[in-house]
Ligand binder design. Structure first.
Ligand code: SAM
Length: 210
């Protein structure tokens, strides 16, 4: 995601009351009977903010690698809350690389893991960076609860095909596969990328568990 460099990004993040910096604070938040839903690579956060608004009884944690993008997500959330006259106390943001998931989460803590429009990394030599590469799946398997699920959406057919195979090779079970999500009646909350790119072709989605 291309963004204009914002020298204030770190200040915006540090001043955001629902930014989780360390494992200890996260573990306190996860110490609940509520459903825990995380999105990896949340970008500017439209999807997870809307999900948190729709499902106030669930806890949502958006994870974004880039502090620059996270700062934009915080600004967007502030506007969203102002416009809707609410404060989403069930929504938290974090910033780290998904490869480090186990530095923060313990085993069996997550109910739903969303991957929305993950970077496709089309070149073969970048395969290991795809968020559905086996090293990432290993981490997801650990942090998900026994019946936990992954929901993955993309407009990129190559990444979708790769992910189907990668998950299949990992022994995952597919619950649903959609080759043109927007032509179905399935409930769907759109992401920023989805709004931008769905006019150019189909949106693919899969729901899977380990
Ligand atoms: N999910 C959003 C959407 O659908 O509009 C954003 C999609 S954008 C193409 C992918 C986002 O994933 C970028 O903001 C990028 O910084 C983030 N990302 C890429 N690799 C990541 C990683 N290893 N860990 C966490 N976030 C990552």
């Amino acid at each position: 995601m291309r963004t204009r460099y914002n020298p204030q990004a770190n200040d915006i993040i540090e001043n955001f009351d629902r930014f989780i910096k360390d494992r200890e604070k996260l573990q306190g938040i996860l110490n609940t009977d509520k459903k825990i839903c995380i999105e990896i690579g949340m970008g500017k956060g439209d999807f997870i903010s809307n999900m948190a608004k729709l499902n106030p009884d669930n806890v949502y944690i958006g994870i974004e690698l880039s502090p620059q993008v996270l700062a934009l997500a915080i600004k967007k959330l502030n506007r969203f809350e102002e416009e809707n006259g609410l404060s989403l106390k069930n929504l938290y943001f974090m910033s780290f690389d998904a490869l480090k998931l186990l530095d923060y989460f313990s085993e069996n803590q997550v109910d739903v893991l969303y991957l929305n429009f993950s970077d496709p990394w089309p070149k073969k030599r970048h395969t290991k960076r795809r968020l559905t590469y086996k090293d990432f799946l290993e981490n997801y398997k650990k942090v998900l609860k026994k019946d936990g699920i992954i929901e993955f959406k993309t407009d990129n057919r190559g990444l979708f095909e790769y992910s189907l195979v990668s998950m299949q090779n990992f022994g995952m079970e597919f619950i649903d596969v959609y080759l043109d999500l927007h032509k179905t009646e399935v409930f769907n909350v759109e992401t920023e990328y989805e709004k931008k790119f769905s006019t150019f072709g189909p949106i693919y989605k899969l729901v899977a568990k380990f």
